[in-house]
Design a protein around this ligand. Structure first.
Ligand SMILES: [Zn+2]
Length: 96
């Protein structure tokens, strides 16, 4: 029963000191990156924050939501559309 555990940790940022064991950081190149992108692409409007990216990550099992958002911000994805466009594009242009 993962659902109950997942729901308990939504919306908290800057509290954890690091990823917990077994939680994945979703970044370009990760084998679950396409899964994240397809979830995020359902969001048509960017509100200038990462709320929808957060929701997309939170909907995936075993993901460190805050850690992933931190990594994505470092890659230039400081809001939903930048994650979907800029970060995804940088992956494509790198030819990885
Ligand atoms: Zn945006």
């Amino acid at each position: 029963m993962l659902l109950g555990a997942q729901r308990g940790r939504s919306g908290v940022s800057g509290v954890k000191s690091g990823p917990r064991t077994g939680e994945e950081i979703i970044v370009p190149g990760h084998n679950r990156w396409p899964e994240f992108l397809s979830r995020l692409s359902r969001a048509r409007i960017c509100f200038g924050n990462t709320k929808q990216a957060r929701l997309a990550l939170a909907a995936m099992d075993g993901v460190d939501v805050d850690g992933s958002l931190r990594e994505l911000a470092r890659l230039g994805g400081s809001c939903d559309c930048q994650i979907e466009l800029d970060v995804a594009q940088s992956l494509a242009s790198r030819g990885a």
